[in-house]
Design a protein around this ligand. Structure first.
Ligand SMILES: NC(=O)c1ccc[n+]([C@@H]2O[C@H](COP(=O)([O-])OP(=O)(O)OC[C@H]3O[C@@H](n4cnc5c(N)ncnc54)[C@H](OP(=O)(O)O)[C@@H]3O)[C@@H](O)[C@H]2O)c1
Length: 321
C-alpha cells in the first residue's frame, strides 16, 4: 500500500511516499481502508523534530486520524465491525496510508450525513476543544480568548464557547480575513498574534484563555487573564514557551490566575468517545461546523505540510488515498 513516512526530520521535503505491506490487525484492532486522512498540527510538530525527545525516528509513518471502511478485524473484535464506515484514532502514527489499523476502542461509527473529510476534521480536535473548556471550568457569561483559533481545535473551541453562552469570544489570528471567518463561527472579537489591534469594545482581560500556540509570546497572554482567570495550554505550534515563563506566572500571583495543560491522552477513552459521538451527530445535522481547508491526494502530503508551514491553512487539510 502507498504510505507517507518521514525520511528526514525538518522541512516537508523530508516526507517520502513509500510502498509498505498492508498492516494486519492485531488482537483488539480493526483495519480501515482510508477515505480521508486528517493532517494535524501535531503531524507538523513531529515532522519538524520538535517532539524528537519523545523517541520519533526516521521512517516514522505520520498521521493520527482517518475515516473510511473497516476491511478486517483482529482477534477478539466483533465481526460486525467489518464493512462499517468509521472514524479512527491511530495514535501518533499510521494514518498517512491507504490502510490503517486502530484499537477498536478508538474507532467510532460515522452517522449518516457526515463525510469522511468532515469526520477527520472534527474527530480529534472537537474533543480537545470540549475538554479544554471543561478543564478551564468555563461557565456561561465568561469571556474567552482562543489563541491559534484558525486551526481545527480553535475553530471547534470558538463554536463551543459561543454556544456555551460566553460573554465574549476573542480570537488571535494573523489576518482580519481570518478574524471575519471566525466571527461567522461565533467569535465576537479579533486580535492579532500578539493580542493587539483590538477594537474599543474588546475585553482587556479574559476569564479563560485556550492556547494551542505556546511559544515566546505565551507570557503576554498569561497577563491577559482576569483575576481568577484560567489558562489552558494545549499545544506548541510556535514552539515551547520562554524558560522564564514560570516567573511571569508567579508575577500574576495576586490575581490568583491558574495555568493548566491538557492532553486528551489523560481523558478516559469512553468519555472522549461519548463527546465525539455527540459532536458527530451535531455536525451531521449542521449544528457544529467543520472547516476543510483543502483536500489533496495522499502523495501530496508534503504540499499539505508546506501549506501548514506557510500559515496558509484555515481549518484542516485532508488527504485522500
Ligand atoms: N492537547 C491535546 O490533547 C492535543 C491534541 C491534538 C493536538 N494538540 C496540539 O495542538 C496543536 C495543533 O492544533 P491545531 O491543528 O488546531 O493548530 P494549527 O492548525 O497547527 O495552528 C493553529 C493556528 O495557530 C496560528 N499559528 C501558527 N503558527 C503560529 C505562530 N508561530 N505564532 C502564533 N500563531 C501561530 C495559526 O493561525 P494564524 O496564522 O491565524 O495566527 C494557525 O492556523 C499542536 O501543537 C498539537 O500538538 C494537542
Amino acid at each position: 500500500m502507498k504510505a507517507v513516512v518521514i525520511r528526514e526530520f525538518g522541512d516537508p521535503e523530508g516526507l517520502e511516499v513509500v510502498d509498505l505491506p498492508v498492516p494486519v490487525p492485531e488482537p483488539g484492532q480493526v483495519r480501515i481502508a482510508t477515505e480521508a486522512i486528517g493532517v494535524g498540527g501535531v503531524d507538523a510538530v513531529i515532522r519538524r523534530g520538535t517532539m524528537a525527545g519523545l523517541g520519533f525516528r526516521k521512517g516514522h509513518l505520520l498521521g493520527s486520524e482517518v475515516a473510511g471502511r473497516v476491511t478486517a478485524v483482529g482477534e477478539g473484535v466483533d465481526a460486525s465491525w467489518a464493512g462499517r464506515r468509521v472514524w479512527a484514532f491511530t495514535g501518533l502514527s499510521g494514518g498517512y496510508a491507504e490502510q490503517a489499523v486502530a484499537a477498536v476502542e478508538d474507532v467510532l461509527p460515522l452517522p449518516e450525513g457526515l463525510t469522511s473529510a468532515d469526520a477527520v476534521t472534527l474527530g480529534g480536535s472537537g474533543v480537545v476543544a470540549h475538554f479544554a473548556l471543561e478543564r478551564a471550568r468555563f461557565a456561561p457569561g465568561e469571556s474567552v480568548l482562543v489563541r491559534g483559533a484558525a486551526g481545527s481545535i480553535g475553530i471547534a473551541a470558538v463554536q463551543l464557547a459561543a454556544r456555551g453562552g460566553a460573554g465574549a469570544v476573542a480570537v488571535t489570528t494573523s489576518s482580519a480575513e481570518r478574524g471575519a471567518r471566525l466571527r461567522e463561527l461565533g467569535a465576537t472579537h479579533g486580535v492579532d498574534r500578539s493580542g493587539e489591534g483590538c477594537g474599543a469594545d474588546t475585553p482587556a482581560g479574559f476569564d479563560v484563555v485556550i492556547d494551542v500556540v505556546g511559544g515566546s509570546l505565551l507570557p503576554l497572554f498569561l497577563d491577559k487573564l482576569n483575576p481568577n482567570g484560567r489558562f489552558v495550554a494545549l499545544g506548541v505550534v510556535a514552539g515551547p514557551p520562554p524558560t522564564d515563563f514560570g516567573v511571569r506566572l508567579m508575577d500574576a500571583f495576586r490575581r490568583s490566575v491558574s495555568f493548566a495543560t491538557l492532553s486528551t491522552d489523560t481523558v478516559p477513552g469512553p468519555d472522549k468517545q461519548a463527546v465525539r459521538a455527540s459532536q458527530f451527530t451535531e455536525a451531521a445535522r449542521g449544528d457544529l461546523r467543520t472547516v476543510v481547508h483543502e483536500v489533496l491526494p495522499l502523495d501530496q502530503a508534503a504540499s499539505a505540510h508546506r501549506a501548514m508551514d506557510a500559515g496558509e491553512v484555515f481549518g484542516r487539510v485532508v488527504l485522500v488515498p
